[in-house]
Design a protein around this ligand. Structure first.
Ligand code: G6P
Length: 368
């Protein structure tokens, strides 16, 4: 990936559009396309059957990739996962069992808190595995196993292609874990690998929603507060959506588990408050629809990100429905990340902030 903006106005826009290619490169490394199998298990210095618990540690956007992976490890490999932001992990004396697995996720591989968390984990005799984009970084050098994301240089401060790259690596790892533990059969693995191989095409299709998102961003840009809601793996994506928006547009945004709406954020909803609902047609879709109805009843403006089936069954009136391509639900966050990123990007462009270098933020936080 050449380090210039090509024909884009910002690095962030270019990096958002590079995601089909990033996913393709990452797949080429972790998937045997001919055999339709994950190419990972043989090279890991541990066996997933010997691991009782996984701990995942990261900061910022990378921590949301970890949150999504927690659902995958639980669902596909029936493994229990504990997730922490690195600044909490490193100071809270976490209990790690000798021989268990600690995963660290970092684009730069230099984030001070994540590096300190890795060093702590090493004193506890656990296996350490890092998912990093920069293979020469400190975190990569000091980890027992390194799984690289192939995002190429990411210049925009707000992480985009590194995030989906992290998700792809973690998805492949969760499938490998499920297979190694006997939770997934060979045909399950083949089915899931096929789903992963579809991701570059699905992301390219999701990028097609950009003109519509640009229009919605005009509404968002006028708002003081925006709420993002999701359930299941869409919940961490809602957190990521809110983070992206606040980082680059300076609009106050919060992500919430849709089921928690009643426990607080509903008090904020009044006329025209934008609420972004991330709701692929999965087994919790109808639950999110009832939350949308609660929002609509209070005059909130719903921006729904869903698929064709979801769009036809969502009863609440929406300000906009962004229809994403049909896909199996498991890996939907990799595709739904695209409209979430584009919405933040276009809102920021409309407001006129410094999108690639937002105030007060650094690409890599190497001091505490
Ligand atoms: C900074 C960046 C974020 C990034 C986070 C973690 O806050 O602005 O985009 O997610 O650091 O960085 P890392 O390099 O460890 O993924």
């Amino acid at each position: 990936f050449p380090v210039d903006k090509a024909n884009y106005r910002h690095f962030m826009a270019k990096e958002i559009h590079e995601q089909p290619e990033v996913m393709g490169r990452t797949l080429a490394r972790y998937v045997d396309v001919t055999a339709e199998r994950i190419k990972l298990s043989q090279e890991l210095p541990f066996h997933f059957s010997d691991i009782q618990r996984i701990s995942i540690t990261a900061c910022g956007t990378a921590s949301y990739a970890g949150s999504i992976a927690k659902y995958w490890f639980e669902q596909l490999a029936r493994m229990s996962v504990e997730l922490d932001v690195a600044s909490e992990f490193r100071y809270r004396e976490p209990l790690l069992r000798k021989g268990d697995l600690a995963i660290f996720i970092s684009q730069s591989g230099e984030t001070a808190d994540t590096l300190a968390a890795l060093r702590y984990a090493k004193t506890q005799q656990v296996h350490t595995l890092s998912v990093v984009n920069v293979p020469t970084s400190s975190i990569a050098r000091e980890s027992e196993t390194v799984l690289q994301t192939f995002a190429g240089p990411e210049i925009g401060v707000a992480s985009t292609k590194a995030f989906t790259g992290q998700l792809m690596v973690l998805a492949a790892l969760a499938v490998a874990a499920g297979k190694a533990r006997g939770e997934l059969s060979e045909s399950d693995e083949i089915r899931l690998v096929r789903e992963l191989l579809e991701i570059p095409r699905l992301i390219a299709a999701a990028l097609g929603s950009e003109p519509q998102i640009e229009k919605v961003a005009r509404e968002i840009a006028k708002s003081r507060d925006v709420l993002y809601l999701g359930r299941g793996t869409s919940f961490p994506l809602a957190l990521e959506g809110a983070l992206k928006l606040k980082e680059i547009s300076y609009i106050h945004a919060e992500g919430y588990a849709a089921g928690e709406l009643k426990h607080g954020p509903i008090a904020l909803i009044g006329e025209n408050m934008p609420v972004v609902a991330i709701a692929p047609y999965d087994q919790v879709f109808h639950k999110t629809v009832s939350n949308m109805q609660e929002v609509a009843a209070r005059g909130g403006n719903i921006i729904l990100m869903t698929d064709a089936k979801g769009a036809s069954e969502a009863i609440a009136h929406t300000l906009a429905t962004i229809v994403l391509p049909d896909m199996a639900a498991t890996f939907a966050p990799m595709v739904y990340a695209i409209p979430v990123q584009l919405l933040a990007y276009h809102a920021a462009v409309m407001i006129g902030t410094d999108v690639d270098q937002p105030r007060n933020l650094a690409k890599s936080v190497t001091v505490e």
